[in-house]
Design a protein. Sequence first.
Length: 105
Amino acid sequence: MSLAEHIEGKLRDALAPEHLEVINESHMHNVPKGSETHFKVVVVSARFEGLPAVRRHQLVYGVLDEEMKAKPGVHALAITSRSPAEWAARPEANASPLCAGGGGK
């Protein structure tokens, strides 16, 4: 099982999302080919209703705590977290930041 699949399973179990995307963006960074270190997640869950973005991100980071601390593990995580109503109004993910380290691409 890939790390992306593992992340997807954990987020599905913890947040029961209506929409979930786990995108490996490692190829956009200065890492060895085939790496699984940089991810974007798009999570649409009723669990986010009424929560500010910081709290939503804390929930996602909490679910993926082991993966964030592992060596090697997830080095960077771009998160789009929306409630179902917010996603219905604006169904697109936030743009991931450009690589700024390691002499990036």
